[in-house]
Design a protein around this ligand. Structure first.
Ligand code: GLN
Length: 278
């Protein structure tokens, strides 16, 4: 499956987040250590998003070729500096297209998103999740509709691109309000909805807005490295810094510089907030 990394903190060269450490994201593309049976290498393209102060809040670069073949990683991306970066290397799920538009991060507004995993039978499962959301919105007296036609707006015919079409609507704060009050509740609502219809789904999600990172762990690995200067969430640690913390499966994670919160993902247990020692 894919590998992803999110960074927020003191400004860094964008390319450096892809190549930092002896077990960098780029190295994880050809020599990952913890794939848990979901593929062997991550050679079906890569992408990186970064945030700036210009008119466009978040920008990205993507390529459907393996990350180690692209000279921009050494020659261009290190010239850009940003306080937040979200990088992904992709291993396409069997049957899904290998193309640039299927490479995360997916963007909308100030958000960038990546999915490490797979949703079996994603077309019918995500249609059912949309329908559940629509019923919930109607019950809550909202005028907003969640329609299956939203899935047609997905950038690529993949589970991850379609999942983003649902999540970005849950994140949309414009009135009428979405069902989710915070990015964390949006992720929880979506992942529990997917698991309800396809309990065998693998849904490690990573979401950033340039100021914070939110993530879920559901089957795949994720570790956190938090200091006062920066916060990093990464599928695999990129070095042997003893401050890396492996995050438990079935968690909802929120990270900012100097702060990590880990809650149980399951609905109804959201009060089990635990701030891990840093
Ligand atoms: N299913 C997604 C895709 O094909 C993500 C794959 C992954 O995590 N390797 O793009």
């Amino acid at each position: 499956m894919c590998r992803h990394i999110g960074y927020v903190g003191v400004p860094v060269p964008v390319g450096e987040i892809l190549t930092r450490g002896p077990h960098s994201l780029r190295t994880q593309s050809w020599a990952p250590r913890d794939m848990r049976g979901g593929g062997t290498i991550n050679a079906d393209g890569f992408g990186v998003a970064w945030w700036g102060s210009g008119p466009v809040p978040v920008t990205r670069y993507r390529n459907a070729d393996p990350i180690w073949t692209d000279p921009a990683v050494e020659e261009v991306l290190p010239q850009l500096t940003s306080p937040a970066v979200l990088g992904v290397v992709r291993s396409a799920t069997v049957g899904m297209p290998v193309q640039r538009s299927a490479c995360a991060p997916f963007l909308w507004d100030r958000w960038a998103f990546s999915h490490n995993g797979v949703i079996p039978r994603w077309r019918s499962v995500l249609t059912a999740v949309l329908s559940d959301l629509d019923v919930a919105a109607t019950r809550a007296g909202m005028t907003r509709r969640y329609e299956t036609s939203h899935l047609l707006e997905a950038e690529a015919l993949t589970d991850s691109a379609a999942l983003w079409e649902l999540l970005r609507r849950l994140l949309d704060p414009e009135p009428p309000a979405g069902l989710a009050e915070t990015p964390g509740t949006a992720l929880r609502l979506l992942v529990t909805g997917v698991l309800h219809h396809a309990p065998d789904s693998r849904v490690n999600l990573l979401l950033g807005d340039g100021g914070g990172l939110w993530a879920t762990t559901c089957y795949h690995s994720l570790s956190a490295l938090i200091t006062d200067e920066f916060a990093i969430l990464s599928s695999e640690p990129y070095d042997d810094d003893p401050r890396w913390q492996p995050l438990p499966d079935r968690s909802l994670v929120h990270a900012e510089p100097g702060r990590l919160s880990v809650e149980t993902l399951e609905a109804g247990r959201s009060t089990a907030t635990e701030s891990l020692p840093l």
